[in-house]
Design a protein around this ligand. Structure first.
Ligand code: ZN
Ligand code: ZN
Ligand code: FE
Length: 759
């Protein structure tokens, strides 16, 4: 040790445990010839280093830049210490539970090193489907308690063989403290079963599964966060059979391909999309289909896009290697139930769907569906945030009390806070059946346990019928804060960007419970965190048949037509009206005018549905938002003209749909192509709201606009509105960390509840 040696204490906060961070520090210290020690603490990792100042500086810079892929550094603090003359650099083992950090890594894809070993005939893990290391593999889905150590994971049933144990104990090994470390001698294994659960005797179950897939059979595959249902994506018969058995008529299926070369054969990719596809999170990415394509049309009917992902487990690589262009890999569930994770449950629920089961004996403790993203408006946008991303928290602007937010009814997620971090759960689903509601409760219990949080405040939606609302209201001894749906949407985006109000919030979706008990969804708000003011909205219109009008857009079409033309609308020469027939038209028309079972809505989502029905796209939908999605899919890239639009001012701006509807009807009657009409309609909506923002800027002196709500999954609307607003020099904020749809709403509920609690 030289005389000018100094010592430093460096505390690293974030996801730095169970991800190979300490061995990384150990090796880095050795590389620079530094002495000292590294230990886990309750906040992360604490390092003491001694050596020459310039070597410590290099060490610090590498610490930030070269850390292991799974580590997620939130904060680094440094402090000068006195030199203690350590003889070497060592890893201090954690001294018990109180020292563990609660930040757990998400499950991520197999790393390059493991993949190389997987296909290396000389490696001892050649073709072993559970190969993993500190840089990759399962985490969140196999943990049922903290600290994150093998006995608290589903790997506790497997004791390591001496070779694996030696790797686990060696700080210089890539598998040092890799909790799921295993090999074919000591770890989990795969078997193939028929649909009754009888094992199919074979040398190589994965190879055999690939063979039956090639023959057109459907195979349930146990994966990382749950079961998938797999079928050959080129085989239309197989895909159609899967649709019929799964009771899924038209909703697109996701597909998986071995590598980018395979994907290139059926989809176009841009550099940004390739980056997302190959990221360690491996989400499903929406890519434009090549036309014609070798992929069966039944995979994503009437859709310009395909949901595509790369393999993320060794098992997937082995299954796809035998030469599929792509496999359908859709959630292993019936219709809208949660994805199956337990083997008995899987055989019971999927036995009628799958012909074979590729299963293994590593339990999944917490299900996690595949995440779905789309690249639009220059950024990655979540449609579903789940596997690969959860439980990475959203970091908040301020410390908040422990809050549990229960989310919405559809695409439910929940959110739990600890200090300045908000943990948004994995995708739970639509709270419309008991199985999903059970999963909702289980997720709340699980997150409370692994994050060690007892919530003091419970935040939830105002809708009295949501199961999430009912859950919240039944919880005793806890402060309850109800948050309006569209306020929560905007607050969610504000939380992501750490914004203080007031801002202009454009909250556009299908449905949300309004303060006046109507169905809101086309809302222009001035939002502060604790409160909001409604300054504009789509004018109210009847939803004949209430929720039936969501499933049957033709009902909305009649409502908009009646609004635009009065009762004369029945004389219009429209294919839609001829198909519905005068009897039904009379019934619906009376429901609207007498407001019988015809609640009022200001929803923008319903306007998209109504226009889709008027131009003859579809009368009814098989899944929420289908008509609106198809309207976007077929829109031409640009529009030469837009429709007239109008709003009236009576204490707030009310946007009238009638001029747009009349314009659409004229174009339909003049035989304009529906691609043109759709584009014209989209650009009318964009122009209209951009202009309204101008007016509000003058009224309120606000220049920041926040966009949120399910309608912004529509890339044309999102990118168009961003451009139009930026052209007017607005500062525009959009979602990048959580979904714009109801999957992000729990984060907004947290933000509002925290602000209310403070004031
Ligand atoms: Zn690895
Ligand atoms: Zn082993
Ligand atoms: Fe919503």
């Amino acid at each position: 040790m030289a005389n000018d040696d100094v010592a430093k204490k460096i505390d690293v906060n974030g996801i730095v445990q169970g991800v190979g961070f300490r061995p990384f520090v150990f090796q880095l210290a050795h590389h620079y010839g530094l002495k000292g020690e590294v230990a886990n603490t309750s906040h992360g990792v604490s390092i003491h280093v001694e050596g020459s100042p310039d070597r410590i500086a290099s060490f610090e810079s590498d610490l930030c830049q070269k850390h292991p892929p799974l580590a997620h550094i939130v904060e680094i603090s440094r402090q000068t210490e006195s030199v203690r003359h350590y003889p070497d650099f060592s890893i201090v083992h954690s001294r018990g539970e109180t020292e563990m950090s609660t930040l757990i890594s998400p499950d991520v894809s197999i790393c390059e090193d493991c993949r190389r070993e997987l296909f290396d005939p000389n490696d001892r893990r050649f073709h072993y489907p559970f190969i993993n290391c500190t840089n990759c593999g399962p985490r969140y889905t196999i943990i049922d308690d903290i600290p994150y150590d093998r006995p608290k994971t589903s790997m506790r049933h497997f004791s390591m063989c001496p070779v694996c144990q030696a790797e686990y104990d060696d700080p210089t090994d890539r598998r040092f403290h890799a909790q799921p470390n295993a090999c074919a001698q000591c770890g989990p294994h795969v078997i193939l079963c028929d649909h009754r659960g009888n094992e199919v005797r074979t040398q190589d179950p994965i190879q055999k599964a690939a063979e039956v897939l090639k023959q057109g059979y459907i195979v349930a595959v146990k994966g990382l966060g749950g079961y998938h249902l797999a079928a050959d994506a080129e085989n239309t018969d197989a895909v159609v059979r899967l649709r019929k058995r799964k009771l899924r008529e038209e909703k697109p299926f996701a597909i998986m391909s071995y590598d980018l070369e395979h994907i290139r054969r059926y989809a176009d990719m841009e550099a940004d999309e390739i980056k997302i596809l190959t990221s360690i999170q491996r989400p499903i990415v929406l890519l434009r289909k090549k036309i014609p394509t070798c992929i069966s049309d039944e995979v994503a009917p009437r859709n310009k896009y395909l949901g595509v992902m790369l393999p993320y487990t060794p098992l997937h690589y082995l299954l796809l290697k035998p030469g599929f262009i792509a496999l359908v890999m859709t959630s292993g569930n019936l219709s809208e139930e949660p994805i199956a994770i337990e083997d008995d449950d899987a055989f019971k629920r999927l036995g009628e769907i799958a012909d074979f089961f590729l299963v293994h004996n590593r339990d999944i403790y917490l299900r996690s569906d595949d995440s779905i993203v789309r690249h639009s408006g220059g950024a990655q946008r979540f449609i579903r945030r789940s596997r690969g991303f959860v439980p990475i928290p959203v970091f908040l602007k301020n410390k908040v009390p422990p809050i549990l937010a229960c989310g919405a009814q559809l695409k439910n997620t929940i959110c739990i806070t600890k200090n300045d971090t908000a943990f948004l759960s994995q995708h739970i689903g639509d709270l419309e059946n008991m199985a999903t509601y059970d999963f909702f409760q289980l997720t709340i219990d699980h997150l409370q346990r692994i994050l060690e949080i007892t919530p003091e405040i419970i935040a939830y939606d105002m809708h009295p019928d949501y199961l999430s609302t009912q859950y919240a209201e039944q919880r005793p001894d806890i402060q309850k804060i109800r948050v309006q749906h569209h306020h929560a949407h905007i607050a969610s985006c504000m939380a992501e960007h750490k914004l203080d109000g007031p801002v202009i919030g454009m909250s556009f979706d299908g449905t949300g419970y309004g303060l006046d008990h109507t169905v809101w969804g086309g809302e222009v708000l001035v939002v502060e965190e604790h409160a909001f003011e409604r300054v504009g909205h789509m004018a109210y219109i009847g939803m004949p048949g209430s929720t039936a009008a969501i499933k049957e857009p033709w009902r909305m079409a009649l409502s908009y037509l009646q609004d635009a033309y009065g009762s004369d609308f029945r004389n219009l020469d429209l294919k839609l009206l001829r198909e519905i027939g005068s009897q039904k038209i009379t019934v619906i028309s009376e429901m609207i005018s007498k407001t019988v079972n015809s609640p009022l809505t200001s929803s923008l989502g319903r306007l998209f549905d109504g226009v889709a029905a008027i131009i003859g796209l579809r009368h009814r939908v098989n899944f929420e938002g289908q008509a609106a999605m198809e309207l976007e899919m077929l829109a031409a890239d640009s529009a030469d003209a837009i429709y007239d639009y109008e709003w009236i001012t009576d204490n707030m701006y009310k946007i009238l749909p009638a001029p747009m509807i009349r314009g659409v009807v004229d174009d339909v009657q003049n035989g304009m192509a529906i691609a043109e009409i759709s584009a014209k309609f989209h650009w009318t909506v964009i122009r209209l709201f951009a202009d309204l923002c101008d007016v509000i800027r003058k009224d309120r002196d606000l220049n920041r606009v926040v966009l949120s709500g399910g309608c912004f999954q529509n890339a044309t609307l999102l990118t168009g509105l961003i451009q139009a607003l930026e052209k007017k020099n607005f500062q525009v904020f959009t979602h990048q960390q959580v979904p714009a749809n109801d999957g992000g709403i729990a984060l907004g509920q947290v933000q509002v509840a925290a602000a209310r609690f403070r004031s």
